[in-house]
Design a protein. Structure first.
Length: 578
């Protein structure tokens, strides 16, 4: 058992315990806020990094959850302090919160480093908040627990189960095709999202929180608890109790995480049928933890683990149904032979111990390898594609694609920006068929900037009216994890820095062969060389703002889109106090 820390060894004591003028000032100013000296002296100081915001509906309840965490911290003998951080709620932020994931990671790391914090509970959930908070925490490497926001309640419209994002896209296509009315559309928008919390499908939010759970960074099964279930504030309170214990135990991310921990996360990712966005986030997170993780590692795991969670967009149910069926612990138990059960977790037990008593209450929703939602022969959670169009890789979710397009050759129609694309694709005279391959470029990390979720490119209105609901679509953008279709994403290197996607012309034949793992344009090397000689960048380059810093330092999608000066496990010394 790890030796219990002494009070004098806590980081916070460097601020509060000294008898000099600085110690006096720190104690004085804390009492200025109405705290008694005995309420903070001699106690571990627990930071609550809270991404609550009224512009983030996914996090609308996190102000209350912070109070639950505080309750647990007080009960365990700690001193809780709430510290607001950038919310990165995906819905309202444009062009994308991916532009600010690294900002949140920096903020989390610096909040923990620059203040007298001994341990922290991280409150987040919407897409980029999980990787952003964890990246910062891994770099800081003090005891932390991730407290996931939880999915929203089930949605239903006119007797039909509806999932946030998934059915938004589905019914938008039906509106454009003329199959539902504008009144139907307005009625839908007020009924589909019924509570605070993240998307109720296995979008990026629940993908990343489930991965964090399987890696051992949350209390066991915390990722499955619905946001407004009474079990959620109880879980948050337990996070407060446990983080105080972790501080005395000095249980840090570096004690929990190694390559096997990330592979456990990959098992959850693939079995859940998770979002393609995780392919970017996991690489960045792993590098912060000093672990080498690649697209090939993910591809290898995807080839072994079928989609087993029967949840939209690959399945038929929602995250609340998944929770009542047994949640992530039940799923992990069914795939336990793929896990390293010896890996420690934040509750002080191994993942094997945590899932030993898990039970599945509905085998239709939580399936195993003998009865997957999508057999591996029919599709996978993640496909990694390479070829002369994506030398460093591109990804897609074949389990949510139309099987007939998984081997396809068709002519390209190419767009350099989304505004032109959206205007052009609804032209009734557009020369396009179901076989056409739609390409959007300049939508990557540098080009957009921030690699927005533009990758689920719209289907031309004329084809929607003919019943077409899927086509091959390619971009250097990302796609919402709630969406579906034959979308090839994260093309690397991106067009804005001169990747081959920049050289494609309308009319070029594009060849996709998912089984072979290839994506190519049928253009000769000589012709490509001639085009490259004539190529000039067209993406906008920022001269100021965070976007300028981002464009100058961000890596490509296959490298995690982290900043070059932050990627890696190097630690920064604690601040000098004088």
């Amino acid at each position: 058992m790890t030796k219990r820390k002494e009070l004098s060894e806590l980081r916070s004591q460097r601020w509060f315990a000294s008898d000099d003028m600085r110690g006096f000032a720190h104690r004085q100013r804390t009492q200025q806020m109405g705290m008694r000296r005995d309420e903070f002296m001699g106690r571990p100081v627990i930071g609550i990094i809270n991404t609550w915001s009224e512009m983030s509906p996914c996090h609308a309840h996190l102000r209350d959850r912070a109070e639950a965490v505080k309750r647990g911290v007080w009960q365990a003998g700690g001193y809780p302090v709430e510290m607001p951080a950038l919310s990165v709620g995906e819905v309202m932020v444009k062009p994308t919160t991916m532009l600010y994931r690294n900002f949140l990671a920096m903020e989390c790391e610096e909040l923990l480093r620059s203040h007298p914090i001994d341990g922290a509970v991280l409150l987040g959930g919407c897409d980029k908040s999980t990787p952003g908070l964890l990246m910062g925490a891994f770099s800081m490497d003090i005891p932390v627990i991730y407290c996931p926001a939880g999915p929203m309640s089930n949605g239903q419209w006119r007797g039909i189960k509806t999932g946030a994002g998934t059915h938004t896209k589905k019914y938008w296509d039906e509106l454009r095709a003329g199959n539902i009315t504008k009144d139907d559309w307005v009625d839908l928008e007020s009924r589909m999202t019924r509570s605070a919390g993240t998307c109720n499908t296995i979008g990026t939010a629940s993908t990343m929180t489930s991965i964090a759970d399987a890696m051992g960074m949350t209390l066991p099964g915390a990722s499955s608890i619905p946001a407004v279930d009474s079990g959620h504030p109880r879980m948050a309170s337990l996070c407060g109790v446990r983080i105080v214990e972790m501080v005395w135990e000095d249980l840090k991310p570096s004690d929990i995480l190694n390559k096997a921990s990330f592979e456990n996360g990959l098992v959850a990712y693939m079995a859940m049928g998770g979002s393609t966005n995780a392919a970017v986030h996991l690489i960045a997170m792993a590098r912060r933890a000093g672990v080498e993780l690649t697209l090939d590692d993910m591809s290898a795991m995807a080839a072994k683990i079928p989609v087993a969670a029967n949840v939209f967009p690959s399945g038929e149910y929602l995250m609340e149904d998944f929770y009542f069926a047994g949640g992530l612990n039940a799923l992990l138990k069914k795939f336990s032979h793929h896990l390293d059960l010896s890996r420690p977790t934040v509750n002080g037990k191994t993942i094997g111990e945590n899932i030993a008593d898990a039970e599945c209450w509905n085998d239709e929703i939580i399936r195993d390898e003998s009865n997957p939602v999508v057999p591996l022969s029919k599709g996978k959670t993640l496909e990694v594609l390479r070829g002369n169009l994506a030398p460093n890789g591109a990804v897609m979710k074949s389990s949510a694609a139309n099987p007939k397009f998984l081997k396809h050759v068709g002519p390209a129609i190419v767009f350099d920006d989304p505004a032109t694309m959206n205007k052009t694709l609804d032209n009734p005279d557009l020369d396009v068929t179901e076989d056409t391959v739609i390409i959007l470029r300049n939508a990557g990390p540098v080009g957009a900037p921030g690699m927005p979720e533009w990758g689920n490119l719209p289907i031309p209105k004329k084809l929607l009216k003919l019943g077409v609901r899927d086509m091959v679509r390619i971009s250097d953008a990302r796609m919402s994890g709630t969406h579906y279709g034959t979308c090839i994403l994260h093309v690397s290197p991106e067009a804005a820095i001169g990747g081959p996607l920049a050289l494609v012309k309308t009319g070029d034949l594009i060849e996709l062969d998912v089984a072979a793992g290839t994506i190519n344009m049928k253009v000769s090397d000589e012709e490509l060389a001639a085009r490259r000689a004539e190529w000039k960048p067209t993406a906008r380059i920022y001269e100021r703002s965070f976007a300028a810093l981002y464009q100058q330092h961000v890596s490509q999608a296959d490298q995690g889109c982290d900043f070059d000066f932050l990627s890696g496990p190097a630690k920064v010394p604690d601040p000098v106090i004088f």
